[in-house]
Design a protein around this ligand. Structure first.
Ligand code: ACO
Length: 333
């Protein structure tokens, strides 16, 4: 066993894939009792991407993953582990990660999924970090991919307007501990007593897939939006504060905050609590809506490629999702 202080994880490449089809608020206005004005005012969302019929979590994940490998200059056969964070997997099993492995022909890698819904990417990062810190693995492909459009009830205006599809990926590499860059910390939490706040309640292992649950639309996302909103702001702000304290960092030293993109008002309220300027908060929710586990890696990829993350920068990630799950991470570039 190697001393865990010997190694760290660095982001060596990033990638993303967003389906071509754009669904605007104006199009939703035609199908639902809603309005562009309501959606923009309450969520900040203007449009979202919808996967094509032949796309799914694994196909989008493979595209994002391939881009991250290219950016990091690594061949698929050199990947030791593929982690796919998703709550809209292709099938119940095998894991979506196994399909991605096959598509990438990354046959030297172990592959598994992480299920923590909108906190999935930070939970996955926390898992990957452990394998790299202990020296067990050298190259890990970490992907968030969601096809939320298949698990929302398109007649429920309180949820369907929120979600979108997409995938984001990072290639993580092992480096010597002494380097002043990489994943500096991850903090993750869960509270299963709040599982009713956001869930897909239909039975699988619990009661078997059954007609009653199908008829009651229980295989779609149900959410107590207002109650979730309140816990989301506090938990995300608190866990970001914890990350700062752990790293002995002040908010001024953070160059970019990349929060999970659930709602523009949640993001603004978190920034407000942290007394952090909104201009330094990454936001793309207007274009993609809530892409669950994909939202943070899509954000990292966009920020990196558009020059909002430069060498020497310190980035903080924060999330809240169904479970309830929440987490934060600090990355130095
Ligand atoms: N268009 C028009 N009116 C609507 C719509 C809509 N699309 N949806 C709801 N309304 C109505 C409601 O029926 C309600 O009407 P009423 O007052 O007559 O009863 C009114 O608008 C207000 O509804 P609220 O639910 O109180 O609206 P709120 O301001 O809370 O916004 C929202 C709803 C956007 C869902 C917000 O609560 C939210 O973002 N919550 C948090 C979501 C979140 O963070 N999820 C975590 C991650 S998701 C995951 O893990 C899968």
């Amino acid at each position: 066993m190697t001393d865990s202080k010997n190694f760290k994880a660095v982001v060596a490449g990033t990638g993303a894939y967003l389906p071509e089809k754009i669904l605007t608020n104006q199009e939703l206005e035609k199908k639902l009792d809603t309005s562009d004005a309501w959606i923009v005012e309450r969520t900040g969302i203007r449009e979202r991407r919808i996967a094509a019929k032949d796309e799914c979590a694994s196909s989008m994940a493979a595209k994002a993953g391939r881009q991250a490998l290219e950016a990091g200059g690594l061949e698929a056969k050199e990947v030791d582990l593929i982690i796919v964070c998703t709550s809209s997997p292709d099938v119940l099993f095998p894991s979506t990660a196994c399909f991605v492995q096959n598509e990438l022909e990354a046959f030297g890698a172990a592959a598994f999924d992480v299920s923590a819904v909108c906190s999935g990417f930070i939970f996955g990062l926390s898992v990957a970090e452990q394998y790299l810190k202990t020296g067990r693995y050298e190259n890990i492909l970490l992907i968030g991919s969601e096809v939320n459009s298949r698990i929302v009830d398109w007649t429920d205006r309180s949820t369907c307007i929120l979600f979108g599809d997409g995938a984001g990926a990072v290639l993580l590499k092992r480096v010597e501990w002494g380097k002043p860059l990489g994943v500096m910390s991850t903090h993750i939490y869960s509270d299963g007593s709040l599982s009713d706040l956001i869930c897909v309640p239909g039975g699988i292992g619990k009661s078997g897939i059954n007609k009653d649950d199908i008829d009651d639309k229980k295989y779609f996302i149900k959410m107590s939006g207002n109650a979730t909103f309140k816990v989301a702001v506090k938990r995300m702000a608190d866990v970001i504060r914890e990350a700062l304290k752990f790293n002995d960092l002040s908010m001024e030293e953070v160059s970019l905050l990349i929060p999970h993109q659930a709602n523009e008002r949640i993001i603004s309220a978190v920034a407000d609590r942290l007394k952090y300027p909104l201009e330094k908060v990454f936001m793309n929710i207007q274009k993609y809506g809530n892409t669950s586990a994909a939202s943070i890696p899509i954000g990292i990829n966009e920020a990196r490629r558009s020059g909002r993350i430069e060498p020497g920068d310190t980035t903080v990630l924060g999330s809240v999702g169904a479970g309830l799950t929440w987490g934060s991470a600090v990355i130095k570039w």
